[in-house]
Ligand binder design. Sequence first.
Ligand SMILES: [Zn+2]
Length: 425
Amino acid sequence: MMDRTRGYYDPEQETMPAARRAELHRDLLRETVRHAYGHAPATRRKMDAAGVRPQDIRELADLRKIPLTKKADLKHIQKGEPPFGGLAALPPRAMRRIYVSPGPTFDPEGREGTHWRWEKPFYAAGFREGDIVQNTFMYHFSPAGLMFDEALQRIGCTVIPAGVGNTEMQAQVMKELSVTGYVGTPSFLMSILEKAKEMGAEPGNGLSLQVALVTGEMLPEPLRARLRDEFGVQVRQCYGTADVGSLGYECFEAKGMHVPDEILLELIDPATGDPVPPGSIGEVVVTLPDRTYPLVRFATGDLSILSEEPCPCGRTSPRLLKLVGRVDQVTKIKGMFVHPEQVAQLEKKVAEIASAQFVVTREGHEDRMEMRIVLAERAAPSDALAARIVEAAREITRLRGEVRFQPAAEVQEREKKIVDNRKWD
Ligand SMILES: [Zn+2]
């Protein structure tokens, strides 16, 4: 059996001391900003407008002087200056491929072949030379299929370019080609395995699948456990975008996603642009050291939480603990972000809760957060239960709210987890 546990793809880099990483990042930062300023007109314009010159950017903390480029604005930016909005450093004919995301927006890929950087995530997830891997991501327009395909080839795997859909054929192929690795969404993996089971394939008897790298949707822990216990598959997840490639990957420990060493990642408060401390929710902002597409402070719109605690796997990079949603879904209450996902966490944490909704109002200069709680059938309201809910919510959101028990029929705007009733005029 192969050792699919620790898996450093590049031990030298992945276990480097923090001080050396800081040095590496400083060099990448200076070079990227200089290159982008010299060759990407939109980056030059935004720096000129802010009165910042490349030589002003010497340390990571200096990045804050440069305004963000928001992913949500990309379509508009590209329309104004086709095809790449002045953000690419090379003309289209110098590129290896150009992808098309819904919008449409265009995603360039340089000829270096290092733009997406998925080798490390695969290796950390347990993929090894000799694996036969079924790639169920889309191969046309979107970069997903090809970017994973090529990384797999580079680590010595054999790829089946299966693409999306067609569950029955996927299951048959998985069985007949003795597939050992899968890349795609977690829900589709479960569908394929259930189909394979119907066909009589089970672990050790017609089913050889051992590792899976999943992304594109949330991976609930019960689903991960079921894939492991029922089908014998080690599932790890990764995070990235069609603009910048890999932004995080789980190791064997599966306690958050390691930030790749070769990019510069900030987590910022979307309201103020200031960096948030480890443990707090912030927007993922990326500066990409890439010859073709040297993005400087690209705001992804994804919200996450960073941990700088050492990971037992030995990698020294910080980790994104989880993705908690999109910037356009957050509400700021008493200076803290609250996301619908956190309300859902509260519902899970306190068994007596059937559903919860946070209602925000403003009294004088203070925000007030009321938690409207619909109880499960057998639960009864009490002060003790209310106190437990307040405490659980405080742990999740760091905010103190008041509990109001409510019959389900009285809940307004039931589809919303957070209702903002503040008036700002
Ligand atoms: Zn780790």
